[in-house]
Write a protein that binds this ligand. Structure first.
Ligand code: NAD
Length: 281
């Protein structure tokens, strides 16, 4: 039975996952190599608990208990965690390195879940000593708000691992869908080409940033426009996902928009560092 979870990567997704897991009663170790990022995560998680309290979604006691369940750390200190959820940056080499590195330190029964948006679970599993215990657990952003979790089975993922994730998602009070292990799974295979196309519309001068977003919000009833959503996801993450789709399907329809590549090269990553298609101060 899973009681203790380590979340690797304290960015926007890792913080959100730690938040919902702690509220659901799990002991959580939130791990990042960057001390600055751990400090940012503490502030962001506390702020999100506060928001939920103000909206009467949680009680003060629930908040205090959940906060007390989260430990912030620069490495996994409890080798007896039963689940590691990897949420480091969307880069296959980095993810493989991280999984390879922790393999030696963590209890052989521990399940490795990855929050990757698009990378092959099978390929990540192959670098570990326990491919049957590796599974995709794809949360949506922002995690405390969004209802969906995609569970992705790699070629070797066992029924027991899958069933453990089914139970976990249900305990987190979220809704699960199951996807096979193909690039982008369900959500990003459909969503990301639309976002990329919105960037092409901007690149080709079809309309302004604002008009593209208003058109898609009011014309297709989306809660936010595709360019604002790209800024929320992170433009580096969007680019990595498009590259995985492009490479994985060998199909030119997934080629990343040159504007997206330029923005990432410029260090404009969206909300997380203050500038993307919009400015955030
Ligand atoms: P982010 O850039 O906000 O955070 C990534 C974190 O990983 C950073 O804090 C970084 O310091 C940390 N990190 C890097 N190397 C590390 C290491 N070796 N050990 C520990 N920590 C390390 O990124 P994010 O948006 O939180 O995305 C994380 C993962 O979640 C990616 O795989 C991404 O595709 C996926 N995801 C993102 C979204 C989204 O909307 N942003 C949605 C679903 C899934």
């Amino acid at each position: 039975m899973i009681e203790k979870i380590a979340v690797l990567g304290a960015g926007q997704m890792g913080s959100g996952i730690a938040h919902v897991a702690a509220l659901a009663g799990y002991q959580v170790e939130l791990v990042d190599i960057s001390t600055a990022q751990l400090e940012k995560a503490t502030i962001s998680i506390d702020g999100n608990f506060e928001r939920q309290l103000k909206k009467n979604l949680i009680t003060a006691l629930e908040r205090e208990k959940a906060k007390a369940r989260i430990v912030y750390s620069d490495k996994i200190r409890d080798s007896a965690v039963q689940l590691v959820i990897e949420a480091v940056s969307e880069n296959i080499t980095l993810k493989q390195q991280v999984l390879r590195h922790i393999t030696a330190d963590i209890n052989a029964d521990c399940i490795f879940a990855t929050n990757t948006s698009s990378i092959s679970i099978t390929q990540l599993a192959a670098v570990t000593d326990r491919p049957e215990k590796v599974v995709g657990l794809h949360f949506m952003n922002p995690v405390p708000v969004m209802q969906l979790v995609e569970v992705i089975r790699g070629l070797a993922t066992s029924d027991a691992t899958f069933e453990a994730m089914e139970k976990l998602v249900s305990k987190l009070n979220k809704t699960m869908v199951m996807s096979k292990d193909y690039p982008g799974f369900i959500v990003n295979r459909i969503l990301m080409p639309m976002i990329n196309e919105a960037m092409y519309a901007l690149y080709e001068g079809v309309a302004t940033v604002e008009d593209i977003d208003i058109a898609m919000k009011l014309g297709t009833n989306q809660p936010m426009g595709p360019l604002a959503l790209a800024d929320l996801i992170g433009l580096d993450t969007c680019l990595s996902i498009m590259q995985v789709l492009h490479h994985g399907f060998s199909d030119s329809k997934y080629r990343p928009c040159p504007l997206l590549i330029n923005y990432v090269n410029a260090g404009w990553l969206g909300r997380k560092n203050g500038k993307g298609f919009y400015s955030y101060t």
